[in-house]
Design a protein. Structure first.
Length: 400
């Protein structure tokens, strides 16, 4: 089942044959009366209001743009490492570009017969790792040669997290698998039963201080030892509520964010929550439903909810710093910190700039040709924000 809005980045994953059969016959009737869901997912239609006025003079500009391939509908995410940008196309093309200029330094092709690329890109330990719709994880070396290919339990739906001793992969069936970075051999797997329905969104694992942090479809955030799969702690980001399977969707979405003391994550129809990085104890939480991960800086945690409202919370206490209906009912597809601004891209390709300190709408730019299903990715120095577009391009954008 796909969302009504053609710009949606989310589908529903039917986890069992029973669920598939039930939903095939009952979904349309159920969605028609489901006012708690976004209108683009089948809930009650909500009027999209005119965009609020811009009160600042901030502007966006495209530093460079490069073609990856033909038009695409995918959630493939660019990766940045050592002054290079790595991007992939569903058909198997992998490009390596100069971070500053966008010049293409290498172009690789994943071996045929492995399926369309559906998860990636991840870079680390001299590997470029992508995953496919046919449950293959493929590791290339920096010359483009295939180092290894390994089969996992299901389609790969997000970029891997790469460690010195493990490549961590999350599958569409909820399985978390660690592969040996030298051989691709399976080291361990964690398999948890999925809910009947899940948000098909990229919950992206991250590597921090030798640990892996992974969000799940059950509303949990896990801290794992990548060498053996031991769960250091497990915290609840969101708890299912409601009578129907649709109302009980609480997937952790996007990429968790960290600083020296805390890790923060957000969930659809749930909360944004911050936990002690070492112990996993809850520091604070706020009820927010979102389809994109949070952002964090020295002062605040930022999130754009599924109704297009942006909020900033004090990262120590969770107190509200400001709240801004920046998208006026339009859906956010990605967020990033760009200079002094929180950047939010909407499902029409427009990039909105909100002042981090005040919440004022400082600028607005880009448009339909920058429509993206993959969210926003920052370069290591924060100078550029990368957008992989539906038109088969990757663009590096700045704001000032």
């Amino acid at each position: 089942m796909t969302p009504r809005n053609s710009g949606a980045t989310m589908t529903l994953n039917l986890a069992s044959p029973i669920a598939r059969g039930l939903v095939a016959g009952l979904t349309l009737a159920a969605l028609a009366g489901c006012s708690s869901m976004p209108s683009w997912l089948g809930g009650t239609e909500k009027k999209v209001l005119p965009l609020p006025a811009v009160t600042g003079s901030a502007t966006t500009s495209v530093a460079w743009q490069a073609a990856i391939g033909s038009k695409q509908l995918s959630a493939l995410v660019p990766a940045v490492a050592n002054g290079r940008v790595y991007v992939a196309h569903p058909t198997g093309t992998v490009l390596v570009l100069d971070e500053k200029s966008g010049a293409v330094s290498n172009r690789f092709q994943v071996p045929a017969g492995k399926g369309n690329l559906s998860g990636g890109v991840a870079v680390g330990s001299d590997l470029i790792v992508v995953g496919t719709s046919k449950a293959e994880v493929i590791a290339l070396d920096m010359t483009g040669a295939t180092r290894w290919s390994s089969r996992v339990s299901s389609e790969v739906v997000s970029p891997a997290a790469i460690f010195d001793d493990a490549v961590l992969v999350v599958g569409g069936d909820g399985g978390i698998t660690a592969l040996d970075p030298k051989t691709g051999d399976r080291k361990w797997t964690i398999q948890r039963q999925l809910p009947a329905l899940t948000v098909r969104s990229s919950a992206i694992p991250i590597a921090v201080r030798g640990a892996a942090f992974v969000g799940t479809a059950q509303g949990k955030l896990l801290a794992l030892d990548p060498s053996n799969g031991t769960v250091g702690w497990e915290a609840t980001v969101a708890t299912p509520k409601g009578a129907s399977e649709l109302e009980r969707l609480v997937d952790v979405v996007g990429r968790p964010v960290v600083d020296a003391e805390r890790v923060c994550a957000s969930a659809y129809q749930g909360r944004v929550a911050c936990f002690d990085l070492i112990r996993g104890t809850l520091l604070w939480s706020r009820d927010v439903s979102t389809l994109t991960g949070p952002q964090i800086d020295a002062r605040a945690v930022y999130v754009a909810d599924d109704k297009g409202v942006a909020q900033a919370f004090d990262k120590s206490t969770g107190g509200t710093l400001w709240k801004q209906d920046v998208l006026a009912g339009r859906r956010a597809t990605g967020t990033a910190l760009m200079g002094d601004f929180l950047a939010i891209q909407d499902a029409e390709g427009t990039l909105h700039l909100v002042e981090r300190t005040t919440g004022k709408i400082a600028g607005r730019g880009l448009g339909e040709s920058f429509l993206s299903d993959a969210g926003l990715v920052q370069t290591a120095d924060g100078a550029l924000t990368l957008i992989q577009t539906r038109s088969g391009q990757v663009a590096a954008v700045t704001a000032r």
